[in-house]
Design a protein. Structure first.
Length: 123
């Protein structure tokens, strides 16, 4: 997989999760074994709006060749994926989510590794 393909993958994952959180937050909560409420849905929609923005940024920069331009975007993606990984692992070890939460752990881990590899190690 090359950097462009990784950015397309990361953008697609971000946009898919964004749309779920924006349009169907109660379903997303139910799928992960979380209690749903109007306030939880509001927070999920904020998360969705941030992920949608990240997805658009990743999509728009998929063909950027200049590593100086791309480096801050890759660092930002690493921060989002790394923080999401920590939150997801904590939620799973604390018993806050059902087994579907492991999907989030895996996705966030793959994204974090991809941002490290394509953004920091492979220049």
């Amino acid at each position: 997989m090359n950097r462009n393909a990784f950015l397309v993958f990361a953008a697609a994952v971000s946009i898919i999760y964004a749309l779920g959180n924006l349009l169907m937050p109660a379903w997303v909560h139910e799928m992960h074994g979380l209690a749903s409420s109007p306030s939880a849905s509001l927070v999920s929609r904020y998360l969705g709006s941030a992920l949608l923005g990240l997805g658009v940024i990743l999509w728009m920069t998929r063909n950027v060749a200049n590593s100086e331009t791309l480096s801050p975007i890759m660092w930002g993606g690493l921060v989002v994926a790394g923080a999401g990984l920590i939150v997801s692992v904590h939620a799973m070890t604390a018993g806050l989510m059902n087994s579907m939460g492991w999907v989030l752990v895996i996705v966030q881990g793959v994204l974090a590794l991809g941002f490290v590899y394509f953004g920091l190690l492979k220049r």
